[in-house]
Design a protein around this ligand. Structure first.
Ligand code: ADP
Length: 447
């Protein structure tokens, strides 16, 4: 086991990782920008290093600063969390070159899955069902028209380097195609420095169902059930649940076994998520995330497995500590992403938290780095915490969630808590009858 781990992240996930390290008896190094000197994970870490000014590119994305922090403190491994450098293959390679373990998959696996065209090709080769679309990159308008005629409309132009819902444009008919192509390209170029795009059939009413996988890099891999993340705004997840309300045990086992087998073939190491769209009983691969995800706690709540603890253990060279037959799914869990945003317009609402009272009780987990008096800096993602609730079944989980949302008080800033209070009382949400477009429709009706 490592004796010291550097946490290359901030906010709730930095605290989440710190908690796992403490329980393993591993010393922790927090890194922070000048704007985050007062963060909870910095206060609780054994050591902390300031790595630069507020802008992420000068601090949390600054590889030389992070390397220097490792060398100064003697950290043996780096946990990247999610976002920032978590899917940066070069970072993983540079750490390896300095004898520091990147807690996550190999740089090769990060690279393959980070390019969506390559990822789709790999998924297909591994026997996973994919969304029908172009074989690879689409270079010209003529090629786009030819492939579009085969796939049919509506279709989606997607950026190979895409992420966070950016670089994705719908073409309803052939008339929209050129425009969708050029806007997706320029958005991708601006956001990712790479304008490669491909075409995919646009599914009308799918659900977003993703499967948590876990491997030890030594050929052992398991699936840990699915999460339904269909409630999205601008392709960004808002509410996640496990297990999915619509998937049967037989379907779960079938798709789960297929992805676990794919991970065994790859000799995949650590936590990963295979994202699918699910429509009319069929799964269609869209992408793989080679890291821990924001919504990982719902899986932890139904399996009792601490994913960060397992990540650290396999990174230190241990074999997977459990097998597929040890994995049991108990009850139901829901996560609400609490953002510092106006609940109607979603404009960010940084500032000082004057009063903070999180809910508690049986089956309730609040992952958050904020506290009363904390000043939310304006430079980063607006996620300030996650409310995760478990119940013996979905109905109990929803009742508990409703109760928790009533208890939750955050004063001084706007948060998305009122949105969740509305959602938990909606009949479609109560019945589990929603798809990836449902939330946008709901928000339009509220406006
Ligand atoms: P990103 O990496 O930007 O998050 P994804 O490929 O994971 O992009 O897709 C994000 C979301 O966009 C999905 O959860 C889904 O809501 C929507 N989406 C992606 N591909 C399709 C498709 N072929 N048809 C319909 N919706 C899609």
């Amino acid at each position: 086991m490592f004796s010291k781990i550097l946490i290359a992240n901030r906010g709730e996930i930095a605290l989440r990782i710190l908690r796992a390290c403490k329980e393993l008896g591993v010393a922790t190094v927090a890194v922070h920008s000048t704007a985050d000197a007062d963060a909870m994970h910095v206060r609780l870490a054994d050591e902390s290093v300031c790595i630069g000014p507020p802008q992420a590119r000068d601090s949390y994305l600054n590889i030389p600063s992070l390397l220097a922090a490792c060398e100064i403190t003697g950290a043996e491994a780096v946990h990247p969390g999610y976002g920032f450098l978590s899917e940066n293959a070069r970072f993983a390679e540079i750490l390896a070159a300095h004898g520091i373990k990147f807690i996550g998959p190999s740089a090769d696996h990060i690279r393959i899955m980070g390019d969506k065209i390559e990822a789709k090709r790999t998924a297909k080769r591994l026997g996973l069902p994919v969304v029908p679309g172009s074989e690879g990159e689409i270079r010209t308008e003529e090629e786009a028209r030819r492939v579009a005629a085969e796939i049919g409309f509506p279709l989606l132009v997607k950026a190979a380097a895409g992420g966070g819902g950016r670089g994705m444009k719908v073409a309803m008919t052939e008339n929209d195609l050129d425009h969708a192509l050029s806007t997706a390209r320029s958005e991708a170029k601006a956001a990712f420095g790479d304008d490669a795009v491909y075409l995919e059939r646009y599914l009308g009413k799918p659900r977003h169902i993703e499967i948590q996988v876990f491997g030890d890099g030594q050929g052992n891999a398991v699936y840990l059930g699915e999460r339904d993340c269909s409630l999205q705004r601008r392709h960004q997840k808002v509410w996640e649940e496990a297990l999915a309300p619509t998937i049967t045990q037989a379907q779960r086992e079938q798709i789960g076994e297929r992805v676990a087998e794919a991970m065994r073939i790859l000799r995949y190491e650590g936590a990963g998520t295979i994202e699918f769209l699910y429509e009319n009983g069929e799964f269609y691969f869209i992408e793989m995330n080679t890291r821990l995800q924001v919504e990982h706690p719902v899986t932890e709540m139904i399996t009792g497995i601490d994913l960060v603890n397992e990540q650290i253990k396999v990174a230190s060279g241990e074999k997977l500590s459990f097998s597929q037959s040890d994995v049991r799914f108990n009850g139901h869990a829901i996560e609400c992403r609490i953002n510092a945003e106006d609940p109607a317009t979603f404009t960010p609402s940084p500032g000082r938290i004057t009063y903070f009272h999180p809910p508690g009780g049986l089956g309730v987990r609040v992952d958050s780095g904020v506290y009363q008096g904390y000043l939310i800096p304006p430079y980063y993602d607006s996620l300030i915490g996650k409310l995760i609730v478990h119940g013996r079944n979905r109905e109990e989980c929803m009742n508990r969630l409703r109760r928790c949302l009533d208890e939750f008080v955050v004063d001084g800033i706007n948060t998305t808590i009122p949105l969740f209070r509305a959602l938990v009382n909606d009949p479609d949400i109560a019945s589990g009858n929603y798809d990836i477009h449902w939330l946008e429709g709901f928000l339009a009706r509220q406006a």
